[in-house]
Design a protein around this ligand. Sequence first.
Ligand code: NAP
Length: 304
Amino acid sequence: MGQQYDVIIIGEGPAGLTAGIYAARADLKTLLIERYGAGGQIVNTYEVDNYPGMPGVTGGELGAAMSEHLDKFNVERIMAEVTGIDFAEKANRVVTDAGEFTAKAVILATGNSPKKLGIPGEAELTGAGVSYCATCDGAFFKKKTVAVIGGGDVAVEDAIFLARGCEKVYLVHRRDELRAAKILQKALFELENVELVWNSVPEQITATDAGSVGALEVKDVKTGQQRTLEVSGVFIATGNDPNSSYIEAIDKDERGYIIADESCATSVPGIFAAGDIRAKRLRQVSTAVADGANAIHSVLEYLI
Ligand code: NAP
């Protein structure tokens, strides 16, 4: 049996890091557990232009600033993957690949991950031209032609980012209207090397003889017409799935997001959900940060 904590925070995205700062300031004995690295999904975002007070900050900079802010408080942090939690009143056991830890309260702040399309070629060519992160992999496609799939904020941001270095960018969207914020759409429509492929769904990604992406087959959902886009890269930005599979006996919505209101209290006493993993209307850095603060407020109430 490992150490006993007041609160264990799982996930070091904006929600988890904020919860860590608030926990430290409240003098709670705290452990943060993160599997990949601090910052969460924003580190894969080029620019976060709507976090108040930091116009134009990159996702990497913002994630690093939040992580450094937490370090100011000397909170315990480990790298490990949580595989399960055994609930017990004020003695929840968090099981990880680096040992077990017990805490009176646990905050689930594990966010979500990019959704897979499930089309032929996607899995086989991931890392060989298929990517879920334009800011991570875009530099490999300088002066090349690529496709981005999706019509949300991420897809449009990715297309704008890629258009800076690529010869041409196709944005393939299944409808004839984008879901992305109007300010992003305006910036996108001004780019001459971006072609919108409306009403189209990706059907297959094919490889070159060298084994990397060579083309994307799409189908027009209105006409049924097929089209082959000759591309070296396919960036998939069709939304996310929650990282909530390590925890089962808790109420979730139909997509797997953990049900909790603004207090972040879940169906299990002492277990709180904060950030993108929580069933909520708007997933932004600002709403994740708000959850982190609210979760610690609720933990303090629970501990009293
Ligand atoms: P999203 O808003 O859920 O958009 C997903 C897009 O992918 C939609 O356009 C959707 O089409 C399309 N799509 C979904 N499944 C598909 C499939 N199987 N085949 C083809 N297309 C598919 O996801 P997101 O862009 O990743 O954004 C996630 C969240 O982060 C959102 O709440 C977003 O506002 C937020 N975010 C905000 C900012 C910002 O404010 N700066 C930046 C990044 C992300 P339909 O439109 O037809 O449903």
